[in-house]
Design a protein around this ligand. Structure first.
Ligand code: MLT
Length: 409
């Protein structure tokens, strides 16, 4: 008799973004004449930059010739990409990360979910509320939780509310976690953590033998000086943190798929025998067994963002999205909304008016302005009464969407 993984039965509703997609498709089917503007899922709209496209083509051409054809690549990623990342994303910024600590993958979504496999199910996981839904859902799937309670929290997860009252930075939890998910610049609130705030977390993890799972997928959007780009800028973090980064939003790779995870050599976790074990060999074992690497042309394309031209081209696209965010922030504030984020991140986090629920606001914005956003409550109970707009649409759509929202009743 085949038995299912019962943990899947604990999951509430479908995954957030497909659920939004379903509602939007229904609306479009019923209103085929309406021009719907999508600012829901954080999916890029601008094409891959020329340097990336050129390298991608070259990679494909190499695969087309016997002399340069490649079969399986290293499961950890090609050395040329790991070295380019170590140098450009870390060492040139004074952060000590070496190529052998970097694992190339097909996405941070996958990595933040898969990483849980190398940690025991006895671990207590702390997550922010609201939060990128993957952390909570994959914690449930992995069997580390009980059921979902009436307040929307899964039994066994330590939730850390992030609201405007605490500046969207969680307080240290009262119950001690073993694994702590942090995401900065933050999805969904678009806010950032200062060095002092991150130091607080690194010190806390050190004191409690915990590990921080640090999602820095939106690092490239940081514009303000002094905001940390990597958790490893904090002294001692390499002993307590894994960092996830992605080419998706940085370089338009949402459909191309490439990301990386840093597992430091000095990161240790405990066995039931009380002994300390290095974490990196476990992740290496997991990846070598279950993953065959990202395709060669994609890795070649990703490496092109570190060329002089590539850096400039990618920076221009990010500036374009951030300009969108600036326009949106100003327009929404003008329309009387309380607005957060959008300065160091491609997300604008808006408080709905008059206590309207997130889903009611979703329906209003969709039905009356034909604009799609993401209901804050979809990211967790503390997101209730908030709404997220992504800044990845093209400029004309952004301007039109803002005009329509300003005219909402
Ligand atoms: C989001 O909209 O939160 C992201 O696009 C989802 C993702 O990166 O998987």
């Amino acid at each position: 008799m085949a038995l299912i993984n019962e943990s899947y039965l604990k999951l509430q509703a479908g995954y957030l973004f497909p659920e939004i997609g379903r509602r939007v498709s229904e609306f479009i089917a019923a209103n085929p004449d309406k021009k719907v503007i999508k600012m829901g899922i954080g999916d890029v709209t601008q094409p891959l930059v020329p340097s990336v496209v050129k390298a991608f083509h070259e990679g494909v051409d190499e695969m087309a010739k016997g002399e340069t054809f490649k079969g399986y690549g290293p499961e950890q990623g090609y050395a040329f990409l790991r070295e380019a990342i170590a140098k450009n994303s870390y060492q040139d910024n004074g952060v000590n990360v070496s190529a052998d600590e970097i694992f190339i993958s097909d996405g941070s979504k996958c990595d933040t979910g898969n990483i849980q496999e190398i940690f025991g199910n006895e671990n207590k996981i702390a997550i922010c509320d609201p939060v990128y839904p993957v952390y909570a859902d994959t914690t449930v799937m992995s069997g580390k939780t009980g059921s979902c309670q009436t307040n929307g929290y899964y039994e066994g997860i330590i939730y850390m509310p992030c609201t405007s009252e605490n500046g969207f930075i969680p307080e240290l939890p009262t119950e001690t976690p073993d694994l702590i998910f942090l995401c900065y610049p933050n999805n969904p609130t678009g806010t950032v953590a200062s060095k002092e705030e991150l130091k607080k977390w690194v010190d806390y993890a050190t004191e409690n033998n915990a590990i921080i799972l640090y999602d820095a997928a939106y690092e490239a959007f940081i514009t303000e000086d002094g905001v940390p780009h990597s958790i490893y800028e904090i002294e001692g973090a390499k002993k307590v943190a894994i960092e996830f980064r992605s080419f998706s939003k940085t370089a338009g790779f949402t459909g191309t798929r490439c990301a990386f995870t840093v597992v430091p050599n000095e990161l240790l976790a405990f066995g039931k025998d009380g002994k300390e074990y290095p974490v990196k060999p476990l992740w290496n074992r997991r990846q070598s067994t279950k993953f065959n690497g990202v395709s060669y042309p994609v890795q070649k394309a990703a490496a092109a963002i570190y060329t002089e031209e590539g850096k400039k081209e990618v920076a221009d696209v990010i500036a374009y999205y951030l300009e969108n965010a600036g326009i949106m922030k100003a327009s929404l504030a003008e329309a009387g909304y309380e607005v957060f984020g959008g300065v160091n991140a491609p997300y604008i986090w808006v408080k709905t008016k008059n206590g309207m629920t997130s889903w009611d606001f979703f329906d209003k914005v969709l039905n009356e302005a034909n604009v799609v956003g993401t209901p804050g409550s979809g990211f967790g109970p503390s997101g209730e009464g908030y709404f997220r707009f992504s800044a990845f649409a093209d400029r004309d759509s952004v301007l039109e969407a803002m005009e329509r929202i300003k005219n909402l009743n």
